[in-house]
Each structure stands twice: as C-alpha cells, then as structure tokens.
Design a binder for this molecule. Structure first.
Ligand code: ACO
Length: 403
C-alpha cells in the first residue's frame, strides 16, 4: 500500500477520529454535560431545576443571552418573539407545493431554508442587530411552520398564531384548534409541552448542532444553517429516534414479543437496536429522561390513557431492559426520546411530527450556538481532514482500451 501523503511530500499530523468521539471543535459557554455523572447544565443551571421552575421563554433568553432575565427583560423578549410569530403569507404557497403525504421534516427542511428568500435583511450576518432579528424570527416562527406542516398534511385550514397565549399554549392551539369550535388549552398538556421544549433546547455539540456550526462557519445565512441542522436531526440515530421508538413498539406488537426483540438487540449479527436506549455521552442515565419519565406519567394520568396497549408495552419494555444484564453492563438506559415518543403519542400527535417538535425546541440551541460561533474571534471555517485509503496515482486509460 502506497502512503499517498508521503508520496506527495505532505508532512504534519492530524488526528483520525471517526465520529469525533474525542475531538473538541469549539469553545462554548452554553451547555455543560457530564455523561458519567448524568449532569446537564444550561449556562450553569441544572436541567432539573429549569424543567421544574422555569418556562421555555425564560430558558430561550438564558441560552441566547447567558443570564436569566429580570421581569422587564423577559417581558421585552416575549414581546419580540410574539411580534415575529407570523410567517409571510407567500410562505403558505410554499407549503401547498408539497404532496399532502410529505414527511413534515421534509417540509421543515424546505420551508426553513426558504425563509432566507423572505427576510433578506437577516441574511447579512455581519451586523449584530440583523443577527438578533434573525435569531428571534427563527425561534418565533418555528412553531408556526411546524403546526402549518401538520395542518397541511391533515388537510386542515392553516391556523394563525395567538399571541395572547404562552409559547407552548400557542403551539398546541396552532396544532389542534378547529375553526368550528372553541379550543381550550389543557394546562397539564401545555406544561408538559413546555418541559419537553426546555429539555430539548440544547445539548452542546451533537450532530445537528455541529452541522449548524459547520454550515455557519462558511458565512452561510442563519436560515440555511438551521435548515441544515433540521436535516441532520431527522436521522434515526439522532432526533428521529423518538419516531423510531414508536415504529419499533408497533413492530414488537405485544408484550410476549419483547424477549425476542431484546435478544435481537443483543445479537451482534443483527443490526437491530432498541430505539430510545443508549446515548453517546450519557453512560449513566440521561438526566432529561428522568424529568421526561415523570412528565410522561403526568400526561398519561391527566389523559387517562393508562390502558393504551402501546404505552403499556413501552413501560414493560423499559422495565425488562432496565433489569437485563446486557443493557445494564453496557449502560444502555432509556434516553429522552424514549419518553418523548410516549408523551407525544398520548397527546395524539402523529408519529411523523415527533422529530418536528424536537426541531422546534432545538432551534433556540442552534441559534445560541450559531451566534456564539459567529462572535468567536477564534472561529475558522470548519474543515476536517481525512485518512485517504483510495488508489495511488495512475494514468488515465482511454475507454476503448479498458477492461
Ligand atoms: N440497543 C442495543 N445495543 C446498543 C444500543 C441499543 N439501542 N445502543 C448501543 N448499543 C451497543 C452497541 O451495539 C455497542 O455494543 P459493542 O460494544 O458490543 O459493540 C455498544 O452498545 C456501544 O454502542 P455505540 O454505537 O458504540 O455507541 P454510540 O455512543 O456510538 O451510540 C447511540 C449512541 C447512537 C445513541 C446508540 O446508543 C443508538 O443507536 N441508540 C438507539 C438510537 C437512539 O435512541 N438515539 C437517540 C439518541 S438521544 C438523542 O439524539 C436526543
């Protein structure tokens, strides 16, 4: 084997780190994770305290600005967000161009990327004011876009945002209201939605956030960068896992099939994995999963859906996996996606929307990380190296002389 780098006299070293498991790509002050101890802090505040005592708007402010707001700052921030909840009327035509059975994540990638064509002032990222407006627009419009994607797939008329409601209440309203009857937001569901949004708001340099940073490092506009993050989030090993949890449960079907699937998950020759179990960083317990587990129980109690066979199956799978030697020894615990799938299913949210809800929450993290990257004086265009294992140099052979 010829070492082609040596052949061309290339010197110097680089680390070969597939999956970047031990490569730090940036400095960040936003989110801290201790995977062994199961710790997650946003700007120093434990996720458990934020999920219990705070709300999503306050957490958005914290992630973007670095400090908790006082009353006046929070009111001003909420006013700015609600000011931007509407989407340009022409964007509605964009939705109508999609097939009704399109996956809503496909619609999200397209529509969010298309925002660059509507808000030209936000594409000039050299100006901090423009960056701030772009960030606010993204956080504010994401629920409207998500709910419109859902309503389009259901053949329902589009709903306009209601700015008298909280972020989570308005999101539920835009998803589920019906023009023929009054929609009253269930406070338990709104609170659960708010917690879900808080728990998913940021998670340092995961695949989608790294995608946003690397896309942004070239100077691409924020809408294009967030669309790239949405595309990355869609994968079943990342945000798509909550959707994959539900399809897995549907495949398992009944409790008596659980041992068969557990055996498959342990079999090295079978690519099957238990969706919603394991995490790249948390090798103890996902602290978000603890809060989410409680939220799942609150929602199931409120809605009285304890006897739903699929949810029953999920609880049994959790019990069996938590007692299984393979999962215990490899520290494979249920992650946040395992429980969020259960909550969304209980709320009546279709499976295809699960990752969309994750994207709504994560937008604030992406925006905060994108801003931090732009303002970092050390920031460079993201450009990993590679370990080349292809052919050495060879001469071109005319097609008539080949084979
Ligand atoms: N089911 C069965 N075995 C598993 C699972 C699982 N869900 N997850 C990991 N393992 C096993 C692997 O086979 C491997 O075994 P080995 O050491 O004998 O080869 C070992 O545990 C380590 O797995 P890796 O793939 O090396 O772990 P990594 O950190 O790269 O992967 C990941 C983490 C992708 C989350 C993985 O656990 C997985 O695929 N889980 C299912 C998908 C999922 O739930 N994703 C959501 C992540 S959370 C989020 O995005 C918010």
């Amino acid at each position: 084997v010829i070492d082609i780098r040596k052949l061309y006299g290339e010197t110097g070293h680089f680390t070969y780190d597939p999956g970047f498991t031990s490569t730090g790509s940036c400095e960040s002050k936003i989110t801290f994770i201790d995977g062994d101890k199961g710790v997650l802090l946003y700007r120093g505040y434990p996720i458990e305290q934020l999920a219990e005592k705070s709300d999503f708007m306050e957490v958005c402010y914290l992630l973007v600005y670095g400090e908790l707001p006082d009353r006046g700052e929070l009111d001003k921030f909420k006013y700015r967000i609600t000011y931007h909840t509407m989407i340009h009327e022409q964007i509605n035509y964009f939705f109508r161009g999609f097939r009704r059975d399109s996956h809503p994540m496909a619609i999200m990638c397209g529509v969010v990327g298309a925002l660059s064509a509507f808000y030209h002032d936000s594409t000039d990222i050299s100006d901090p004011v423009h960056r701030f407006v772009a960030s606010t627009r993204l956080i504010a419009k994401m629920p409207t876009i998500a709910a419109t994607a859902y309503r389009y797939s259901m053949g329902m008329p589009f709903a306009y945002p209601r700015n008298d409601l909280s972020f989570s209440e308005n999101f539920l309203y835009m998803m589920f209201s019906n023009p023929c009857e009054e929609y009253v937001v269930n406070p338990v569901l709104a609170r659960a939605m708010d917690r879900i949004l808080i728990l998913h708001a940021d998670h340092e340099q995961n695949a989608s956030t790294s995608t946003v940073r690397i896309a942004g490092s070239s100077g691409a506009n924020p809408f294009a960068c967030i669309a790239a993050g949405i595309a990355s989030l869609w994968g079943p090993a990342h945000g798509g896992a909550n959707e994959a949890v539900l399809s897995m449960l549907e495949h398992i079907g009944t409790k008596d099939h659980i041992p068969e699937y557990i055996a498959r998950a342990k079999d090295k020759n079978d690519p099957f994995r238990l969706m919603g179990f394991g995490h790249r960083v948390y090798k103890n317990f996902d602290p978000r999963a603890r809060v989410m587990r409680q939220a799942a129980h609150d929602v199931l109690d409120e809605l009285g859906v304890r006897d739903d066979p699929l949810l029953d199956l999920a609880m049994e799978l959790e019990r069996i996996a938590l007692e299984d030697d393979y999962f215990v020894s490899k520290k494979l615990y249920p992650n946040v996606d395992f429980y969020s799938g259960i909550i969304f299913k209980a709320m009546g949210i279709p499976t295809s929307m699960f990752t969309v809800l994750f994207a709504v929450a994560r937008t604030v993290g992406w925006v905060a990380q994108w801003n931090e990257m732009i303002e970092d004086p050390m920031q460079k265009i993201g450009r990993p190296r590679q370990l080349f294992t292809g052919s050495g140099p060879r001469d071109y052979v005319d097609i008539a002389a080949r084979g």
